[in-house]
Design a protein around this ligand. Structure first.
Ligand code: NI
Length: 226
């Protein structure tokens, strides 16, 4: 699980909110599978509408300019970002995300390796609305500043607690990584972080930096699909 701060700055969050708030919001079960439908209560910006496309482009551009995201996710295919809102006690009970996601009416589909949530509302503006992700080590509760995002394995059970005051607006989407295995992807990310740090200290032409970079790319050759 990885938190990334400031994917969008204040102006970026404001711009996205201005666009999506003016769009058409529908029952969040528009994109649900059979099992999710039983526990999901929220609203979503209508999938595929102009506002979703425009705001989605801003989010994807911002992600492309966020090296931490690229290094951690190693994205191959990204599902067009969706936007949701919880208020008045709405929640999303424990569920799993579908393994394969298809964009309705197209042949674009991805295997969901990672789930992403980008928060678009200051945490002090609402009560509840925590994203709770379960893994082997227990529950992780996440509620981030507007503009910050969290990446977590799409294979994990997760839920959003009831929003009892105010409204929680967020952008969410899935991606297929070039590296399918969470463990392999994590090793690559850690190696990448260490190389960047060492490179900052010693310079990019330091022999150890060059050798570790070579190792990084050789592991990518073993593990990555393109
Ligand atoms: Ni989910």
């Amino acid at each position: 699980m990885l938190k990334i701060e400031n994917v969008l700055d204040e102006a970026g969050v404001g711009k996205v909110r201005q666009i999506i708030d003016a769009g058409q919001w529908v029952d969040g079960n528009e994109t649900s599978g059979h099992q999710s439908r039983l526990t999901k209560r929220n609203m979503q910006l209508k999938q595929g509408c102009d506002e979703a496309a425009e705001a989605g482009r801003i989010v994807l551009d911002a992600l492309g300019n966020t090296p931490e995201f690229v290094a951690a996710a190693l994205p191959l295919k990204v599902f067009p970002p969706l936007f949701n809102r919880y208020q008045g006690g709405e929640e999303f009970g424990a569920h799993v995300d579908n393994s394969i996601r298809r964009v309705a009416g197209t042949d674009f589909r991805i295997r969901s390796d990672l789930s992403c949530t980008l928060f678009l509302e200051p945490p002090e503006a609402y009560e509840g609305g925590e994203l709770v992700v379960e893994d082997l080590f227990g529950e992780h509760r996440v509620k981030l500043s507007a503009g910050d995002m969290v990446l977590y394995p799409a294979s994990s059970l997760h839920r959003v607690t009831p929003v009892t005051k105010g409204a929680r607006t967020a952008c969410f989407f899935w991606l297929q990584s070039m590296v399918r295995d969470d463990g392999e992807r994590e090793q690559l990310y850690k190696l990448d972080c260490a190389i960047r740090s060492l490179s900052g200290e010693k310079g990019g032409t330091d022999p150890n930096v060059v050798e570790l970079t070579n190792l990084y790319h050789n592991l990518m050759r073993r593990w990555a699909d393109t």
